[in-house]
Design a protein around this ligand. Structure first.
Ligand code: RIB
Ligand code: CA
Length: 308
């Protein structure tokens, strides 16, 4: 039975590929997309989501979410994703328009009107946290949350924190303490799936509209990663959330307690992952500990080939 999912994302180059994977109707039932601010301002991430979905003929409701985090100041990540938030590909004018609802309302309606919904989050958790506060009934209805965020070791936005969590650690605190089953896919795993030139040329050979988008976006993504982090290729973080829904062997998880540091000090936004169960606290999370890199790129290739 294919899974019902809602995708909350902040496109973002890697979010765009997560949308692409989620659009495969034979593998997954994408109920809707709620857009988060994060990689760029909400206006830009929203149009990016609309452009990607429209270009790939993914006809689902797309609703604009929160413009700002719950407590802290907004940050964006133009150094990696560019001024538009999705630099590198000229999308045709989108055929569809935004859903009239707020992104938070789309999350609530999708979960209240469908059974066994998996929430997939590839950006800051503001929308999901506020949906839980606005309609607490959704908490017991969500089947599980699969999110890209955090890390069992160092961050990518500060020594302690990964971007999605650090953008709104208070929202993450609400989600991680909600009691909903969570799969957290962090940097310790996503830094193993670097979209190298070898991967790009493998996907370029598919030679369809999806592979053209992938190739052009990833070349800019890598260029920005080189400039920002001095690494040869960028980690393709977000599609891992969808890949693990298609094939439960792609990622290995370990159950543990994860606490979000919401003190406004140098470790704000850190995911304190109790890998060795030092504190014997209740396990609220399955944390990704390893990824089958070859299988991951096979899932990406299968996704690109799905689009004619
Ligand atoms: O830290 C990586 C995460 O932050 C990814 O989801 C990327 O798209 C950005 O949102
Ligand atoms: Ca993202």
């Amino acid at each position: 039975m294919i899974k019902n999912i809602v995708l909350d994302c902040d496109p973002g180059h890697d979010d765009a590929i997560a949308i692409l994977l989620a659009g495969q109707k034979d593998k997954i039932n994408l109920l809707g997309i709620s857009v988060a601010a994060g990689n760029q301002t909400i206006k830009k991430t929203a149009i990016n989501a609309l452009n990607v979905a429209s270009y790939l003929n993914i006809d689902v409701p797309i609703a604009i979410g929160c413009e700002f985090p719950i407590v802290k100041e907004r940050v964006i990540c133009a150094s990696i994703h560019g001024e538009s938030g999705l630099d590198g590909f000229d999308f045709p004018k989108p055929k569809q328009s935004f859903d009239k609802r707020h992104g938070v309302q789309l999350i609530i309606d999708s979960i209240m009107n469908n059974d066994d919904v998996t929430m997939v989050c590839t950006g800051p958790l503001t929308n999901l946290a506020l949906a839980m506060r606005l309609e607490p009934k959704i908490v017991s209805r969500i089947k599980e949350i699969v999110l890209m965020g955090g890390s069992i070791d160092n961050g990518n936005t500060s020594p302690a924190a990964e971007f999605n969590i650090m953008c709104d650690a208070e929202a993450a605190h609400i989600v991680f303490n909600s009691g909903v089953s969570i799969k957290m896919i962090g940097l310790n795993v996503t830094r193993k799936v670097l979209v190298s030139d070898k991967v790009i040329s493998r996907m370029e050979k598919i030679n369809n509209s999806a592979s053209e988008m992938f190739t052009k976006l990833m070349k800019v993504f890598n260029e920005n990663q080189r400039k920002t982090f001095g690494i040869e290729a960028g980690p393709l973080h977000d599609p891992a959330t969808i890949a693990c829904l298609f094939d439960d062997k792609v990622i290995k998880f370990q159950s543990m307690n994860v606490e979000i540091d919401i003190n406004h000090g140098s470790s704000y936004g850190r995911t304190n992952c109790d890998v060795f169960d030092y504190l014997h606290k209740p396990h609220n999370c399955l944390v990704a500990m390893d990824i089958d890199v070859n299988r991951y790129w096979d899932v990406i290739e299968e996704g690109l080939r799905y689009y004619k």
